[in-house]
Design a protein around this ligand. Structure first.
Ligand code: SD4
Length: 290
């Protein structure tokens, strides 16, 4: 049993863990905490990797991926969602209001409007300007630790000891139209098993999908590994399968049922934000490449 509530999220998204802690410290559920937490970043137009203000695909469309998973193993996901800021809340509606797990594109958007979400333009002037600049050369490359923050994946344990998680992103900047990353894929960008723990991922989603990273980490913890050992082994798996690992970043974050947390990544620069009874902290991640 864990020692009280705790929340962690990828990168130094301290506003997000603060919001989640508000929910947890007043006795709220982990599921509400992670949804409320990541919504902070979705709404922040200065965060160009999540929600509103996110960088577009190469055609200039901002397309969002998100998923959420609760203590009972229920999950909801949206992929290639356009014109809606809070993809995570649409994912939660998919989980709670439909018999399905995943909705894509136009169908997801239509469902969101039916659920009362409003249509918004997600492409800010800043992101539009940068995209137009990028178009001049149209060179697609993934930038390691882009501005030191990207996808937000969040894991929380509430006062009942129950675990939930959420993950939301605008994906890789200037991706091919239609591209979906790991973030909305249950088992890749996020996985929760309330008996064991949870894990979430950030970085180049293709590499995470190929090794089903978050599921792998939870299964390794089930076998007795600590969160750190499990994250390390998942990074090791990617590195051993792809000789180009020097060119891309992947970072994993995990929590176990006892409330122990850890992260590990390929390249230095990744960190995670944590909030528990001891307050808030930024936790730099150990990395495979030193
Ligand atoms: C993805 N892992 O879509 C996500 C987020 C990302 O740089 O863009 N990371 O692959």
């Amino acid at each position: 049993k864990s020692k009280g509530p705790v929340v962690v999220c990828t990168w130094n998204f301290h506003n997000a863990t603060s919001k989640a802690w508000e929910v947890l410290s007043s006795g709220g559920f982990a599921l509400d905490a992670v949804e409320q937490g990541v919504r902070v970043e979705e709404a922040d137009v200065n965060n160009q990797t999540v929600g509103k203000g996110g960088r577009p695909d190469r055609d200039g469309n901002v397309t969002l991926d998100a998923c959420i998973m609760d203590k009972s193993g229920n999950c909801g996901s949206v992929v290639y969602l356009q014109n809606i800021t809070h993809a995570i809340s649409v994912a939660r509606k998919v989980m709670e209001q439909t018999p399905h797990v995943m909705l894509a594109g136009k169908g997801a958007e239509k469902f969101a409007y039916q659920q009362g979400f409003s249509k918004e333009n997600l492409l800010t002037e800043k992101s539009k300007k940068e995209w137009l600049q990028w178009k001049k050369e149209s060179k697609y490359e993934t930038i390691i630790n882009i501005e030191n923050h990207d996808t937000i994946g969040m894991l929380a344990i509430d006062k009942h000891g129950d675990i939930s998680g959420a993950c939301t992103t605008s994906g890789m900047a200037y991706k091919v139209g239609g591209r979906v990353g790991d973030s909305p894929i249950i088992g890749s960008g996020l996985f929760i098993d309330n008996e064991v723990g949870g894990a979430t991922a950030t970085g180049v989603g293709e590499e995470v999908i190929k090794t089903v990273g978050s599921f792998l980490i939870v299964e390794l913890m089930r076998q007795g590994k600590s969160p750190l050992e499990a994250c390390k082994e998942a990074v090791q798996r990617i590195v051993s399968k792809n000789k180009n690992y020097k060119d891309f970043q992947v970072g994993f974050l995990a929590i176990n049922k006892q409330g122990e947390t850890a992260s590990y990544c390929i390249h230095p620069g990744f960190s995670y934000s944590k909030y528990d009874i001891n307050g808030q902290s930024n936790n730099p991640s150990d990395s495979y490449v030193k």
